[in-house]
Design a protein around this ligand. Sequence first.
Ligand SMILES: Nc1nc2c(ncn2[C@@H]2O[C@H](COP(=O)(O)OP(=O)(O)OP(=O)(O)O)[C@@H](O)[C@H]2O)c(=O)[nH]1
Length: 356
Amino acid sequence: MAYPSPSDVPVAENMDSQPRILLLGLRSSGKSSIQKVVFHKMPPGDTMNLESTNQIVKEDITSGSFIQFQIWDCPGQNDFSDSSLYDLDYIFGTRGALIFVIDAQDDCNEALRMLNRVFTNAYNVNKNLKFEVFIHKIDGIPEDQKLELQRYILYTASEELKESGIHGLHLSIHLTSIYDHTIFEAFSKVVQKLVKSLSVLENMLTMFSNNSGVDKVFLFDIVSKIYIATDVNQVENELYELCCDMIDVTLDISCVYGEGDDDVENSGFDHESGALIRLNTNFVLYLREVNRHLAVVCIISDTNFQRRGTIDYNFGILRKKINDILEANKNLEKLKNNSAAVEDANGDDDLSNNVC
Ligand SMILES: Nc1nc2c(ncn2[C@@H]2O[C@H](COP(=O)(O)OP(=O)(O)OP(=O)(O)O)[C@@H](O)[C@H]2O)c(=O)[nH]1
């Protein structure tokens, strides 16, 4: 199960009004691989055969969950430094995030120079953009060098931006690899910054976990394995990784034994879907379906899981609230589109009055 490939996707009429995530970086830094692995379920090993991108590839990532944005995979040679070649206001003017991908296995100084050019231009156009750096292909870096590399890149990038007259730009750094869960976790953190109802969802999940004796709860978009929100409690990273694996297993079993097919809308993942895994660390992973696109995954101690009745009851309330928010968002969107259409029609009337 994956998002449809770009060629299958009709470009949404309101695509330009959606938030935008731009993937930027030198050639072969791994931009297309990230997009294919996260949104198209491409096995990481298959990315070795990807061709180089020669023009911006735009894709509409919209599911029935809270995920709604466009992703632009930019060719490695685009550093958007020449405003006579690029319409920078159009490229950077929309709400969204820039992800600059640095190949950790390559010399990073050239990448840092490009980062400086791109972020300087983007910041001058739109100070509200989210500036993210993925130190990518981290799987090839020894454990003891990872933090040192992260520190070097953060320090050098920040200093060079200051030298270029850019103050107040907040850089978020993530260590990523398509060969493990780090790319999903990093993408989750970027996408969360674009989810309008994030604080409401976080509050709801925190209330759910406090009232149900749950140690940690994630709200996942099941197709991309991006978690849209979580509660405020902290857990070890390995548990997040296990939650991702659990989603894979549940989806595979739903596709084989559920009633449906491989398509997102008709997959076997339905309101009866759920899964329970007992770990040998006295914890339980508990997954419940929210709708065809969303699932809640909880990490609960064995002792607290004995109150499963309470957890299920509270989950019923949580599911209803999440679906209510989705419905409200949909209605708001419809209202916006309708009022835009009315404005357009009025504009046309004015025009025809003038012509008469
Ligand atoms: N080891 C490792 N290799 C990766 C990772 N991500 C991507 N690669 C490899 O890096 C190479 C280049 O990946 P692409 O996704 O084509 O790079 P790109 O940035 O889109 O390149 P352009 O389209 O030329 O700008 C491929 O061989 C990928 O398999 C990673 O996390 N780890």
